[in-house]
Ligand binder design. Structure first.
Ligand code: HEM
Length: 149
């Protein structure tokens, strides 16, 4: 394995944890919490998932930036893109920004005030973060396969 293979393997490991964890949360844990009107079900899952979910997202940022440098070595070009790869890198950075805004909003506003009455807001929130995870994945595959944006 060369450096590039190691980077892609680590990036795919982080992607499995982040996207897989959010799919389990959206399709298994959240429906159970909504049926029982019990936010503790989501809170318990989050407490366990955070321990590998946050390191996985950090791994994505580090390996993602190193991979992006291979496709578009000039960082300035990420922010004024004119190749498909540069546009896709910028789209991934925008997806990261949105994911971080949602995460901050959840930590500071939603989770501290969570109760049976506002579980629906949490559901929308979880659906959006899961959707953004899938957007990350599709954009990443597009970079390698040459799909354009
Ligand atoms: C949770 C966040 C992320 C997920 C789930 C994710 C997922 C993926 C997936 C599934 C691939 C396809 C790998 C392949 O075809 O080889 C990929 C590729 C890629 N991702 Fe990400 N990614 C994430 C974050 C990022 C970030 C923050 C960046 C930084 C800009 C980034 C940059 C890249 C690049 C440049 C590639 C192309 C790698 C290559 O094939 O050479 N990713 N990503």
């Amino acid at each position: 394995m060369n450096d590039y293979s190691v980077l892609v393997a680590l990036h795919l490991l982080g992607a499995s944890v982040w996207v897989g964890g959010h799919l389990v949360l959206s399709f298994a844990v959240l429906p159970r919490a909504l049926r029982a009107r019990d936010p503790a079900i989501v809170r318990d899952f989050e407490a366990g998932f955070e321990r590998i979910g946050i390191p996985a997202l950090l791994l994505q940022v580090v390996t993602g930036i190193l991979l992006a440098l291979r496709w578009a070595p000039d960082v300035a070009s990420w922010f004024s893109p004119d190749s498909p790869q540069e546009r896709l890198v910028l789209a991934k950075l925008a997806t990261l920004g949105l994911t971080m805004l949602l995460a901050l909003h959840a930590r500071l506003r939603l989770i501290p005030n969570l109760g049976p009455g506002n579980l629906r807001f949490l559901a929308v929130h979880i659906a959006l973060v899961t959707l953004l995870g899938l957007v990350f994945l599709v954009l990443g595959v597009a970079i390698r396969t040459g799909a354009t944006l």
